[in-house]
Every structure is written in C-alpha cells, then in structure tokens.
Design a binder for this molecule. Structure first.
Ligand code: PMP
Length: 424
C-alpha cells in the first residue's frame, strides 16, 4: 500500500519514524498523480477545451472534499496554498496590511501608535512565529510547563487593547502536546480577538472540525497527511476572508484589470493567484479518501483497505485509536532504555516522541539509528524557543503515522539499546 516502506536501508528494513516531517504516500495517491499527468494535465478555470473543464471540475471537487473533511461551512472558505507555511504567511501578510492601514488612520487621530500584538504559544513552529514578526507584530508568548502543557491562566493575562490575533498550534511538532484549541479560541473570542490554528500536525492524526473549534483560520499541509508535497490549505471564516486584502496579485484572483485600477475576484479565487498545483490538489483528494477509508484492524499495525466487521472504527477515529495505542506502547517500551529522557510528557499527546539519550548529541543518535535503517529527525525541529526553554540543543524525534507498527517501535528500542554503549 505504501511502496516506499519496502525499501532497504544499508541492508535493513526501512523503519520510517519521521512522519511529522512528512508522511509517505499510499499507492492510490501516487496513481492519482501519474494518472493526472498522463491523462488530464491542463490549466484550470480558463480553458475552453475538454481537458481543462474536467481538470477544473476535479480540482473544485477536492475543494468541497476538504470543506467536508474539516467541516467548514462553505467551499469559499477553502483556499489552496503550497502548505502550512504559505497559509500562515498569507494570513499574516493580509492581516498585516489591514493592521498597518488601521494604525495609519489611528496615528492621524491620536498622534501615537501602538504596535499590533499577536499572542502565540511558546511551542510554535518557526512558521507560526516569523510571519507575524514580518507583519510588524509584537509577540506575547503563552508559557508551558515542564511536561509541555500550556498555562491558560498566563494566557488569559496576555490580552490587552493591542491584541490583534491569537496564533497557536493544534499539536506541537516537537512535544506532541495536543493543545485545547477550543478553549484557547473561546477565551480569545471573549476578548473579541480572532484565532489562527496551525493544524500541520493535527489533520492526519484526529478528526478536525473547524466549526466545533470555532477558530477563524486553520492551516495545514498536504504532505503531512499522505498527500503530495506542494499543496496545503488555508481555511478562513468567510466573514473574515471577505474583509482581507489579497495576498498575491496575478491571474485568477482578479475580476477586472486596467492600468489604473483592478477589482478582485470572489472567494476563494481572490487568494489563489496564478496556476495552482492541480495534480497535487487531486492527490490531496485521494489522500483524504485514503484516510476516510482507513480501518483499524484488531491487530495493532495491520492495515486493511476495506473496513471489516471486527473493525471497531474507520477513518480518522481509527487512525487516532491506532496511534494512541502505539503511543502508550512506545512510551512504556522506550522508557526501559537506560539514560532516555523524554522531552514533552503532556497527558494528551499525538504522534510525536522527542527524547535525549544520556549526554549524547541528538545528531549522533540519529546518525547511528540511520545506519540501522531507522529514520528519525534530530535537531530543533524548527522550534528553537522550545530548545531554549529546556536548555538543550535539540532532540531526537520519532513520529508516527497510520502505518507505524509495534515492530517499528521494537526496532527503535532494540537499536537504542545497541547504540547507547557506543555513545558513552
Ligand atoms: N507548523 C508545524 C507545527 C509543523 O510541524 C510544520 C512542518 N514541520 C509547519 C508548520 C510547516 O509546514 P510546511 O513546511 O509543510 O509548510
């Protein structure tokens, strides 16, 4: 089902535990991509010919599929981007222009200006930090405990008259913590402040309902949810998107262009300038189909293409159940490795185990694991503030997907036992 998982690395079976960086692709996603380029490739929306019409239809069908996948109210709220990073940059750039305009108007009246403030958590990926700095915002940071749990009392105290947005990750890519995004959103809304949730590490691991969360923006990447690289989603509530200036200018996002003045297209096209990555969007649709049809077999780690009677659950709840039991198994098994120290021990975790092995540098651990066919990630995982918080240079990170098995965890455990003496 996942052809790459049959790969041998230095004569060992590939044990792929770098799923938080990117997941592998099921055959059906690969087939969708190759079929698209073999039979359908054409530019969408503009063409008068048959291929363009069909490609457009299928592209727009995926938009509706994504709408239903995250339970958005309207397909107009689904904007295709290159990934989470571009989705957040889109929102930051457009909101930044608004803030700038408001500030100019304000300074006219008051003769002084306050820099807009954005509340972020202390466990954000750099892509949910730097875009806000580029937008000219001052960041206020929600602290977290040693276990990796956000301090919501401290969060409540961060709001003031300059707070313009709360931007928080749903699941930490380094600590694995699942944050209480519903509560975070409710508190922000009590202050009249909109909320952006970075869902990059959530959408492949649990059912996400943007209406239940109540957030104003929700961003994610296709490649972390079994889809091709090069496609992602920016969900934005229609009422807010309607008020935002465009992000990029170009084809498709306009209604009328003259040299004097341009009027913009309606949602969501206003935010999709230029030719999109059509094949990748179709691949995203295929990846969503894959996840919705996933079924949890009673034997941990076995995949079955079609739901069977003994299966307790299908779709995202099944993936979540599988990964949660795998997490319990892994924490128990790995805690028997001498000298292991887990970074991030929140009660609600999804898919990620970060650790250190004695005094060994994470990079050395990762390099030795690689020689045994085990792919993990080492370093700061684009979350340098988390490393500063713990006073460490980085971690070794093992991260799961729906195809991760107990055998993969056993292989990691055995390899750590084997390499630990080499790193003394
Ligand atoms: N946010 C989080 C929590 C992530 O884990 C990542 C990817 N590591 C990103 C944002 C950025 O995603 P991408 O590189 O796909 O744009």
């Amino acid at each position: 089902m996942f052809p790459i998982l049959d790969t041998q690395i230095y004569g060992h079976r590939l044990v792929y535990l770098d799923n938080a960086a990117t997941t592998q692709k099921p055959q059906q996603v690969i087939d969708t991509l190759t079929d698209y380029y073999r039979t359908l490739n054409s530019n969408i929306h503009r063409g008068a010919h048959r291929l363009a019409a069909e490609a457009t239809e299928r592209y727009e069908a995926v938009r509706r599929q994504v709408q239903s996948f995250i339970n958005a109210r309207s397909h107009r709220e689904i904007v295709f981007t290159r990934g989470t990073t571009e989705s957040i940059n889109l929102v930051a750039s457009s909101l930044g222009k608004l803030w700038n305009d408001q500030q100019l108007t304000h300074s006219h009246i008051h003769t002084f200006t306050h820099s807009p403030e954005v509340i972020v958590s202390g466990m954000e990926h750099h892509s949910n930090i730097v875009p806000w700095q580029l937008a000219g915002a001052t960041l206020r940071v929600i602290p977290f405990s040693d276990e990796g749990v956000l301090d919501l009392d401290a969060y409540r105290a961060l709001f003031n008259g300059n707070t313009r947005l709360v931007a928080c990750t749903h699941v930490s890519n380094t600590l694995g913590t699942v944050n209480p995004v519903e509560e975070i959103t409710r508190i922000a809304h009590e202050h009249g402040v909109p909320v952006l949730i970075d869902g990059a590490q959530a959408v492949a691991h649990m059912a996400v309902d943007v209406q239940a969360i109540g957030c104003d923006f929700y961003c994610f990447s296709g490649h972390k949810m079994y889809a091709p690289m090069g496609v992602g989603v920016m969900y934005g509530r229609e009422e807010i998107l309607d008020t935002l200036p465009p992000y990029q200018g170009g084809g498709e996002m306009i209604k009328d262009v003259t040299f004097e003045r341009t009027t913009y297209n309606e949602l969501p096209f206003r935010f999709e300038a230029g030719t999109p990555s059509v094949g990748d969007v179709l691949g995203l649709g295929s990846a969503i189909d894959f996840m919705l049809n996933y079924s949890c077999s009673p034997k941990l780690g076995e995949l079955s293409a079609q739901p069977t009677e003994e299966c307790v659950k299908t779709g995202l709840p099944a993936i979540q159940a599988h990964e949660e039991s795998l997490m319990r198994y892994a924490l128990e098994k790995l805690s028997t490795v001498p000298g292991i120290r887990f970074i991030g021990t929140a009660p609600r975790k999804a898919g990620v185990i970060s650790f250190l092995l004695g005094d060994a540098h994470p990079y050395d651990v990762g390099t030795l694991l690689d020689k045994l066919g085990i792919a993990v990630r080492t370093g700061h995982h684009c979350t340098q503030p988390i490393m500063d918080r713990y006073g460490i240079p980085g971690t070794v990170r093992a991260s799961f997907a729906c195809y991760t098995t107990q055998a993969d965890i056993d292989a990691l455990h055995d390899a750590l036992l084997r390499i630990a003496p080499m790193l003394q």
